[in-house]
Structure formats: C-alpha cells, structure tokens
Design a protein around this ligand. Structure first.
Ligand code: S3P
Length: 659
C-alpha cells in the first residue's frame, strides 16, 4: 500500500487567505496550499493593506492575520495570476467593502468570463470599468455608486461557487441582504467558513440537487470573528494520485482529505468504475468534514456515464476521469459539462484533441465527451495550454506505463500542486528505478576537468533559453558540508548521513545555486579545501545517488543544459543531445591558469598538467559512473577552438537534434 498526504485544499485555502484578514479579531490558519494560486490571493490581500503574515511550515503555509480589514491609499493593481477564484472572490470583497482596485491576471485568466460575477455586483450598485476588453480582466472596481450596496436576489443559470461566493462576500461586507440560488449546488466552502466566523447564513450544508443560500444582516452586529483551523488535504489533488494507483493496480491510502460533499463526487464515479473505497472520518474543523481514504483498484476499470447535478461536484476532476476513461473497458460518457470550456483552458477541446492524437477514439460534444477506452501503447504530444489539471491528468496516464508522452509544460502543476511530479514517482509503473520523465529537452555536456564545460554550458543555456546546471555544484556542496561537520575524511559517516541530507538545487537568476542543510555556501564551494576533497567525495555511491536524483528532479521541471562527467551516461542517458568536450591536456592546463588572471611560469604549467592528469585518472578509473564518452555523444575537440566557436557548434547540433 502506498501512503500519501496531499497539500492543503486550494478552495478552502483561498477563502482563508481572502476572508480571515477581514475579521475583526486575529486568525491563524495552518496547512494552506502553497501553490501559486493561493499565493496570489495572499499577495493581493497584502496589496490591499491587510495585516497578513505568511510562513512556510511543515504541512503547508501558515497565515496569521491581525484582523482589522483593508486600507489602500490609491487603487492598487492586483495580480491574480492564473487564479479564477482569486479574481472572482476579490471582486465581491472589493464591491462589498467599497475599496477601489484593479484586478488583473495572466493571459489565460484574461480570457475567462467575468461577466457572471460583474453583472450581479453591478446590480448591487458596484461601480465597475473594464480596462481592456469588455467583460474580461483587467477590471477596475471603483468603490460604491451610492452609500452602500443594494440587496440582491440572484438566480444563477450555472452552478458556480465563485459567483455565489462573490455575491455573499459583497452582501456580508456591505451588510445587505443577499440570496443566491443555483441549478445544482456548487461547493459551499464560503458558506461554511462565514458561518464559522459568526455570520448568520441560511443554507443547507452539503445538500445535493439545487442550492440556495441567504444572508440576512438584521440582528447581526456585523463583526466577523477570527478563524482558527488547519486546512484539510485537497481532494482534487488526491484524485490524481488515486487515479495513478488505480491505473497502476496499487492500493493507496490518502490521509486527512477534505470530504465536503460538494467536492468528492469523483469517489462515486470511481466506485462505479470498480474501485473499492473505505472512508474513515476525522473530526470536522472550521466547519469542513475531513476523512482518510483507502482505495483498492479493481482488476479491470469499467466505463462510466456522468451528467446532471453530479457535474459541479466533479468539475475539477473531469480531466482525470477522462484519462481514466481512456483506459477503461467500454465507452464512457460525460454530459452537462459545458462549464469545462471556460476553465484554465477549454478542457473539453483540449481533452478531445489530445486523447484523439494519442490514438483514443473520442467524440467532442458541445457539453461533453464520449471516450472509448483502449489498451495498448499510447504515443504523442500533450499540449497542456498551461492548464495544471491537464498536465497532471496526462502525467497520471504516463505514470501507468504503456504511454510515451511528451507533456509540453509540467511546471504549470505549480499553481495547485508544486510537488506533484515527485509525489507521482511511487506510482510510476516499475518505480523505483523507472526512468523519470522530463519537462522537455536536455543537453548533456560531459568532459574531463578544465575542458571548458562550464563556460560553454552556461552560454549554450543562455542562447537556448534553457536552465544551466552543473552537477559539480552538488558534489561541492556535499563536500563543503562534510568539511564543515568535520567528517570529510570519514567516508562511512558521509555515506550514512547523505541520504537524509537536505541538499538541493535552488533556482537563481542565471541557473541554479545550491543549498545544503539550509545554508547556501556560495563562494565557499570554490575553496581549496573543497577542491582538494571533492573528487574523493564524489566517488561515494550514496553521494552519487543523491546528486543523480536532484538533477533528474530539476529535469522534471526545466529544460536543461546539464554539465558534469556522467550526465550523458548515467544521469540523462536519454538526453536529446549529448556532447563530450575534450582538449589537449597542455591547453587545458593553460586555460585553467589563465582563469586565475595572474602570470604563470613553465613550472606552474608543468604542475597544473600533472594535477589535471591525476584528476583525469581518478575520474576515469572510479568504479561508479566513470568518466567516459556515451556512445551516442558527439565529441568536440576544443584545443584550437575559441569559446564562441564551441558554443556555435553545439547550437548547430541542437538545431538538428531538436527538430
Ligand atoms: C472553485 C470553484 C469552481 C472550481 C474552481 C474552484 C472555488 O469554479 O472549478 O477550480 O474555489 O470556488 P466555478 O465557481 O466556476 O464553478
């Protein structure tokens, strides 16, 4: 059985980030999602002058809010990034509080409909202008037209938690009566949180079918009480890991997930597909039920048919369900899901096109899909359109094996689940040891000491728009740490400690920096003590294993120019382009001495040649991943080439390798 936890629920985290700062007393909320979407909500509240402190802790973000509301000098521009929830809930908050601001977002968010939230707010008396295209972001909210907002009775044509939340927040903050009904109940996290904070709301938690909620301010003294809770795990994130376990035939236990009935419709779909699900409830917190689930895979997944008022309760899981349908026995059907066309991408179109390209028989309808499941190998490109749920759904398909997919953008998962690709590893068929997928292309640059790898790799990365990474950084960081701990000569101690060592590449402005045990050694990595010890430390198997894993992890997130001595042979044996730089030892010694920018004698040169030859011998003779040219690497002898010529030669090779 695979046991997992998933990051805090995104929908609840947004609401905590946006509503807790509006309370009249202090709040502490733990376990928030640390994805880019929720960070956009926290950032926006800060820009609005809310007192919010945010800290990364084990288990997610913690926010502490002093309470007291919003304060702006002039209308700030609020960047909602990719997050519809941030933009739409904020529209309600700005309208209700009368605080002026401009809401904006990335190109995907700018293309999504805002009318559904702006019209009702205008009907309440909010003053709104479009800074760009009508009914799209950027939208300027200019405070209230009259003293306060008007009461509103809204009958929604589509079920939308974001619209419902915006109207409720506007009503509560302006203290006017509002009523919202929807054809099918959407998630009710806003209702539950507001009720928890003392707001008198009439609603029926967790009911299914048509939904209705009413806020009536009479007899309410009008203060939101502070909020204290830990956000439960995100069922939408859990769904991907559960999907991977079903396709891979493994049992999975997901601890402490939000079990709000408005969110977990997918469990009944998985049951219909044959999965066995045990649900173990935990105490409710912040008005939100939570559970631990154990999911057992069936021998064979069956097709499903969904539509009607179930759709709002599975809305974010449909990309995953569509991918499972592609591997189920029979023809699955998804109806009444036209809302998917206005998510982070037009998900119906993207799913139909992508599954179709992979060889699955799919029919796209105006409001749904039919998908004929099939066995056998699936091959092709996945264009995610920057949509996190599309990337993760196809990641699940790929992890199950029998699929060679090129997913164009894996990093978009960061908006909801930054560690998704690592979390998926245990579910990968053949894991551990399976070759992990990469974001995209890798150029491997190997070669002996002083062959010009670093300067070449850095320039090539810059010209290709890739990220430069030097495996030597990690070996040096571990050596630096071993010296610092006084165990640099004690190889068994290094080997024992290194698997649990907190060492990793951290993005820096022109590539990666490295951090070890919470410290960035910076120039300390270049010290003569580190240089003297690094080749011995880098022969230790445990050290090599850690370094290899960190480099591959970087490869799952970025396009890389990766340099070292075993990149093309051991780290990325499937790199799209491998080059092996060599140069005459005399020339290498001269280059190294010239780098020091001080005059040197023939004796200095002789000594440097001996040093480099010794290092070459060590690198070539070590038992694990010795320095050697991969059979498919292209050797470039740089002895009489200028650095620019070497870079040009590699770019030319890249142009044909990437075609
Ligand atoms: C959300 C509501 C849903 C959902 C989205 C998050 C929320 O959208 O798809 O991912 O947190 O309120 P709609 O409100 O458009 O249904």
């Amino acid at each position: 059985m695979i046991r997992v936890r998933v990051p805090g629920d995104k929908s609840i985290s947004h609401r905590a980030a946006l509503i807790a700062p509006l309370a009249s007393s202090a709040s502490v909320v733990r376990g928030l999602s640390d994805g880019a979407d929720v960070r956009a909500s926290v950032g926006a509240m800060r820009r609005l002058g809310a007192a919010v402190e945010c800290e990364e802790e084990e288990g997610g973000l913690t926010i502490r809010c002093a309470g007291g509301g919003l304060e702006v000098a002039s209308a700030p521009r609020l960047d909602c990034g990719n997050s519809g929830t941030t933009a739409r809930l904020l529209a309600g908050i700005l309208a209700g509080s009368g605080v002026p601001a401009v809401l904006d977002g990335d190109p995907s968010l700018r293309s999504r409909p805002m009318r559904r939230v702006i019209y009702p707010l205008q009907a309440m008396g909010a003053r709104v202008e479009y800074d760009g295209e009508p009914e799209r972001l950027p939208v300027r909210l200019r405070g209230r037209a009259t003293g306060t907002l008007r009461t509103l009775r809204h009958r929604g044509r589509v079920a939308s938690a974001q619209v419902k939340s915006a109207i409720l927040l506007a009503g509560v903050l302006a203290r006017v009566r509002v009523e919202v009904s929807e054809p099918a109940l959407s998630r009710d996290h806003t209702e539950r949180m507001l009720a928890e904070m003392g707001v008198p709301l009439a609603f029926d938690p967790g009911r299914t079918g048509a939904g209705e909620v009413r806020f009536d301010p009479s007899d309410w003294e009008g203060a939101l009480e502070g909020l204290r809770m830990t956000v439960p795990g995100d069922p939408s994130s859990a769904a991907f890991l559960i999907g991977a376990s079903l396709l891979g035939g493994r049992t999975v236990r997901v601890a402490d997930v939000a079990a709000n009935p408005g969110r977990i419709g997918f469990l009944s779909v998985l049951e219909a597909m044959g999965a066995g699900i045990d649900r173990d409830p935990a105490p409710t917190e912040g008005g939100e039920p939570r559970e631990t689930w154990t999911v057992h895979p069936p021998d064979d997944l069956r097709a499903f048919s969904i539509g009607g008022d179930l759709i709002p309760r599975v809305i974010d899981e449909i990309p995953l369900l569509a991918v499972l349908a592609a591997r189920a026995r029979g023809r699955s059907e998804i109806r009444d899901a036209a809302e998917l066309r206005v998510k982070e991408s037009d998900r119906l179109a993207v799913l139909a096109r992508t599954l179709g390209k992979l060889g699955v028989v799919v029919e796209e309808k105006p409001d749904g899909l039919t998908i004929q499941g099939r066995a056998g190998r699936l091959r092709g490109d996945v264009e995610t359109r920057g949509d996190h749920r599309i990337a993760m759904a196809f990641g699940v398909l790929e992890a199950a094996g029998d699929a060679d997919l090129r997913i164009d953008d894996r990093s978009c998962a960061d908006v909801s689940y930054p560690d998704f690709w690592d979390a998926l590893e245990p579910f990968r068929r053949g894991s551990p040891g399976g070759s992990p997928p990469r974001t995209g292309r890798v150029v491997a640059v190997d070669g002996p000491a002083a062959s010009g790898k670093s300067s070449t790799a850095r320039s090539v990365a810059q010209r290709l728009g890739f990220v430069h990474v030097n495996s030597g950084l990690l070996y040096r960081a571990i050596t630096w740490w071993a010296l610092d701990r006084g165990i640099a000569e004690d190889e068994p101690s290094i080997e024992a400690a290194v698997p649990g060592l907190d060492v990793d590449l951290v993005p820096a402005h022109d590539g990666f920096d490295v951090s070890v045990a919470g410290i960035r050694p910076g120039r300390g990595l270049e010290s003569s003590e580190v240089t003297a010890r690094v080749s011995a430390v880098s022969t230790l198997p445990a050290v090599r294993e850690v370094v290899l894993e960190r480099l591959r992890r970087a490869g799952r997130r970025h396009e890389l120019v990766c340099e070292g001595r075993d990149i093309g042979t051991a780290v990325f044996p499937d790199a799209e382009l491998k080059v092996f730089l060599v140069a005459d030892v005399g020339e290498r010694a001269r280059r190294r001495l010239r780098q020091r920018a001080a005059p040197f004698t023939e004796d200095d040169l002789e000594r440097e040649i001996l040093r480099i030859e010794a290092r070459d011998r060590l690198d070539r003779s070590r038992p694990l991943s010795p320095l050697r040219r991969a059979p498919d690497a292209i050797e470039i002898d740089t002895t009489s080439m200028s650095p620019d010529l070497v870079v040009d030669a590699i770019l030319e090779l890249a142009a044909s390798a990437f075609r």
